[in-house]
Design a protein around this ligand. Structure first.
Ligand code: SIN
Length: 308
């Protein structure tokens, strides 16, 4: 089965890739993604300075999903800019994920990273784990200011990674903002921010930062992710490439994202749990699913979710 996809004119050898955050901080992790079946190498969201991130424990997996409050541990943007040429040697797209702790950080990082020529840039407007810093994607005006500034700097295809929205009014508000900004793709969704998982035996939280509050991922967030993929697919009448992220545990989950309108899917929790071999498993499972249904390509079923 041909699982290659095209996003904003960039060819991907497979529709599966890592989500920014999952096993993509260090040079070794990024190289391992390069040598794996991942269809792209997505970097950890980078900030101006290198960061250790939040205190540990800051990730907890459990049946049904995960909670994390990593706090953007990363090498700093200059280190990722220097690594991009080596990462491009793997012959698959390199996606640089750009974050910031304040508005000014985004254009500073984008200038240098754009110059390093990743294949695409994903602007992270949705990290829920920096104490005292609200998720930018929940502030439409700030999002618009930042993305418009970046649009003037970035010359490679540029997308945004958004938080989940829970009301059609917010899908419309952000959809209109992004149409005005002119982005090339959307990554939907980041973790469902500020959930709380409790250990009833110990009567404690399960992660240390932010009093135990963190971003939820994995199987339990799939319906929220699918709803956001579908809502933005409809908002843009199927013309905006969408990278579906959230709740992809097996090939059928990926098929559901594609039915809702995703061009490709990113893998977070199960990549952390299983390691980079997960991509081969997912390829086999999606292929089996598409073959069973008689589809020849991903394109044949993209966005084709039916009503009742
Ligand atoms: C983190 O580093 O806290 C997660 C990154 C993100 O959610 O954007």
């Amino acid at each position: 089965m041909d699982l290659t996809v095209d996003i904003a004119g960039v060819k991907f050898p497979s529709c599966f890739m890592n989500a920014s955050g999952a096993l993509c901080v260090t040079e070794d992790e990024l190289m391992a993604l390069g040598g794996s079946h991942s269809g792209a190498i997505v970097t950890k969201s980078m900030t101006i300075e290198a960061r250790q991130g939040n205190p540990m424990p800051r990730y907890h997996g459990f049946p049904g999903g995960s909670i994390n409050s990593m706090g953007l541990p990363n090498l700093g943007y200059k280190a990722y800019a220097a690594l991009i040429p080596a990462l491009k040697q793997f012959g698959k797209p390199v996606i640089a994920s750009v974050a910031g702790l304040c508005e000014e950080d985004f254009p500073t990082i984008a200038q240098v990273i754009n110059h390093a020529k990743p294949d695409l840039i994903e602007v992270n407007l949705s990290c829920p784990n920096i104490p005292g810093k609200p998720q930018i994607g929940y502030d439409a005006d700030t999002s618009e200011r930042i993305v418009k500034r970046l649009r003037k700097i970035v010359t490679v295809p540029m997308g945004v990674k958004l938080p989940p929205y829970f009301d059609p009014a917010h899908h419309k508000l952000m959809g209109d903002v992004l149409a005005r900004c002119g982005v090339d793709f959307l990554t939907l969704i980041n973790s469902v921010g500020n959930g709380l998982v409790v250990n009833p035996d110990a009567e404690t939280v399960v992660i240390k930062p932010k009093g135990g509050f963190g971003g939820l991922g994995g199987a339990m967030i799939k319906p929220v992710a699918l709803a956001n993929v579908r809502a933005f697919w409809k908002h843009f009448h199927g013309t905006m490439p969408i990278v579906g992220t959230g709740g992809v545990v097996d090939g059928v989950d990926a098929f559901e994202h594609v039915l809702c309108g995703a061009s490709a899917v990113q893998i977070g929790t199960v990549l952390v749990e299983e390691g980079v071999q997960v991509f081969e498993r997912l390829e086999h499972e999606l292929t089996a699913c598409l073959e069973k249904k008689g589809y020849k390509t991903i394109e044949d079923c993209r966005g084709k979710l039916k009503g009742l």
